[in-house]
Design a binder for this molecule. Structure first.
Ligand code: CTP
Ligand code: MG
Length: 227
């Protein structure tokens, strides 16, 4: 059996969300967004260890969010998500897990089914990411006008948790310091790693704006949704 660690990045400032406290610490039906994300990972028995990457200003918020959950001591992140992931990966060196699932703290609805699909695909690949095929027609626009229609064939929206073999992902991150890439799959791609696409979930949204949080709240008051 491979050892699986989860690395949760939660060191962002949430500029698009705004608000007085960072979005990952905002309330969502009685507990903060990050606690939802962590509780779901903690409920997955295949995950051996959970490391959270936080901002030094958020220590008190973090202690409250993680209270009673089986997580390792947090580490501090950096200025970009990529820096935060790299610092988190480096902090797992002693543990040296075989596999790592890198997850956004601001994505509170990932479930163990997604984790399992990602991990299963790591048997034959260096990396695997949950994604959803683009369904809408895509336009490239310029100054409020349609410039052209973009072929959506073969296009996917990437989610997290993104899974990788730990050692090659850490090496890939070290090799791209200074080049800004938007997700770990892009870092892996740069290193020539093979990354598979597995089925994500429409529910597995990232809280980016205040409107996203309002919609997430609505799911708890809607019929048939249990945590
Ligand atoms: N993140 C991080 N360290 C950073 C930037 C982002 O750990 N320097 C984390 C965020 O906390 C979040 C995840 O990466 O859980 C996805 O990033 P995003 O949604 O962009 O969050 P923010 O960067 O906080 O938001 P914004 O881009 O609007 O400022
Ligand atoms: Mg960001």
């Amino acid at each position: 059996m491979s050892t699986i660690a989860a690395l949760v990045v939660a060191a962002g400032r949430g500029r698009r969300f705004g608000g007085d406290i960072p979005k990952q610490y905002q309330d969502l039906a009685g507990r903060c967004v990050l606690r939802h994300s962590l509780a779901r990972l903690a409920a997955d028995p295949t995950i051996a260890a959970i490391r959270v990457v936080i901002h030094p200003d958020d220590i008190d918020l973090y202690r409250a969010a993680a209270k009673g959950l089986p997580v390792l001591e947090p580490v501090f992140g950096g200025d970009t998500r990529q820096d935060s992931v790299r610092l988190g990966l480096e902090s797992l060196a002693e543990l040296a897990p075989d596999l790592v699932l890198v997850h956004d703290g601001a994505r509170p609805f990932a479930d163990s089914g997604i984790n399992a699909r990602v991990v299963a695909a790591l048997e034959d690949n260096d990396g695997a990411i949950p994604a959803i095929a683009v369904a809408d027609t895509l336009k490239r626009g310029h100054q409020g006008m349609v410039e052209t229609t973009v072929d959506r064939g073969g296009l996917w929206r990437a989610q997290t948790p993104q899974g990788f073999r730990y050692a090659p992902l850490l090496a890939a991150h070290k090799a791209v310091i200074g080049h800004e890439l938007t997700d770990d799959a892009a870092v892996a791609e740069h290193a020539g790693l093979r990354v598979a696409l597995v089925a994500g979930a429409e529910d597995n949204v990232k809280i980016t704006t205040a409107e996203d949080l309002r919609r997430a709240h609505a799911r708890f008051s809607g019929a048939g949704y249990a945590t």
